[in-house]
Design a protein around this ligand. Structure first.
Ligand code: PMP
Length: 391
């Protein structure tokens, strides 16, 4: 069978199983309300936590930098694409994260690949929470390290795995700071304790914690006051920061090594000037407009308690990510379609993004949502939940 015939067969199967999802087209700027299919709907599916995708200070910074420096860098960092902008931003980011150094990447995905493939050799062991992000899973797959995938946030399972790994040279525990599909926070203090006991190093992926948790959005390490005890912090510039890219913040020796050997850094063109300038302006916003983070949390608490009071199963998560657990893929799709028809865009999430039988609607409120927006959403969720016999 030809490659394309095989792909076609699979796509047809997804259509038959109603598991094929056409990409939703948004024809407006990303905000608390967006235009889909010619209608304005409330956006509950973006990672635009603080509304920075369209913040005037970021837009202006991107425009000014683009006018001065152009739209692209023309090269990878290690050859001719290392602009003064990158270096200055990384120094500022390291100071913000309170680490020795930082390095930016084209995405959070490539930042995870960079760290894992640079650190782990066949003589090492890696301990990864079963719900870690796909980029951590893929990064580990690219290495020859011994893999221990422990049950989600199960510290007993983690300790058993650590105790089993005595033959390994280096041990790396890697965890999402905030789990992306459930919104729960990693048990970092317990992980750090185990890491000390078993002489392991901790790496946290703060994609959903940067700009959300900790002082001025410094992330999960700051939230738990664990500075100096989680040596590797990966993050994204694509969610709360509102732009695109990823970073690694940590010891100078790690950053130095990554700049010499990390394949995504060596072999993929550096971030454009407008992107770096906008990320830099986002740091100003985090430091000077903390009311955005306060508003994000007010909205989170209002929306979460509203859903809970309606009787939905929203899981144990504490952060702005709130899943509405529906289990069956087809139910999640139907729920999501009905929501959209009623003016709320909240995407259904199912296999392969989450395990089979764990389908859900996954919502993320932002600082931009008004109380009226969220009250309207709760009303639509109530009607939809009742219509489908869920509540
Ligand atoms: N890690 C986690 C936990 C994520 O949720 C994401 C985004 N889906 C990433 C990494 C990748 O970040 P980016 O979108 O910047 O590639």
């Amino acid at each position: 069978m030809s490659f394309f015939a095989r792909l076609n067969d699979e796509i047809e199967k997804w259509h038959n199983e109603k598991a094929y999802r056409p990409l939703t087209v948004i024809s407006s700027a990303q905000s608390s309300r967006v235009s889909i299919g010619g209608r304005e709907v409330v956006q509950l599916s973006s990672n635009n936590y603080l509304g920075l995708t369209s913040h005037p200070r970021l837009k202006k910074a991107a425009a000014v930098a683009t006018a001065k420096w152009g739209v692209g860098t023309g090269s990878v960092r290690t050859i001719a694409g290392n602009l003064a902008l990158h270096k200055a931003y990384e120094q500022r980011l390291a100071a913000f994260k309170e680490t020795e150094a930082a390095l930016t990447f084209q995405s959070g995905f490539t930042a995870n690949l960079a760290v894992l493939t640079s650190l782990l050799t066949k003589d090492d062991a890696v301990f990864s929470d079963e719900l870690n992000h796909a980029s951590i899973i893929d990064g580990i797959r690219l290495t020859k390290a011994k893999r221990y995938i422990y049950k989600h946030s199960d510290m007993k399972a983690l300790e058993e795995a650590l105790a089993d790994s005595t033959e390994s040279d280096g041990r790396l525990i890697v965890t999402d700071g905030v789990f992306s599909m459930d919104g729960d926070i990693a048990l970092l203090p317990e992980i750090v304790k185990l890491a000390k006991k078993y002489k392991a190093t901790v790496m946290v992926d703060d994609a959903h914690a940067s700009g959300v948790l900790g002082r001025n959005g410094r992330g999960s390490v700051d939230y738990f006051s664990l500075h100096g005890q989680v040596p590797i912090q990966v993050g994204t510039l694509s969610k709360a920061i509102g732009v695109v890219g990823g970073y690694v913040a940590g010891p100078k020796v790690l950053i130095d090594y990554l700049s010499q050997r990390a394949r995504p850094f060596l072999f993929s063109t550096s971030q454009p000037p407008g992107v770096i300038a906008a990320c830099d302006a986002a740091l100003d916003v985090l430091l000077q407009e903390p009311q955005l983070i306060d508003q994000l949390w007010k909205n989170t608490n209002f929306f979460k308690s509203g859903l809970k009071n309606l009787g939905f199963n929203i899981g144990p998560g504490q952060t702005p990510i709130t899943p509405i657990m529906l289990e069956e893929d087809s139910l999640a799709m139907q729920f999501s379609d009905l929501l959209l028809g009623a003016g709320v865009y909240a995407q259904g999430i199912y296999f392969p993004t989450v395990p089979k039988g764990r389908a859900r609607i996954r919502t993320i409120v932002t600082a931009l949502h008004s109380k009226e927006d969220l009250a309207f959403c709760l009303h639509v969720f109530e009607r939809t939940g009742q219509a489908l016999g869920i509540i």
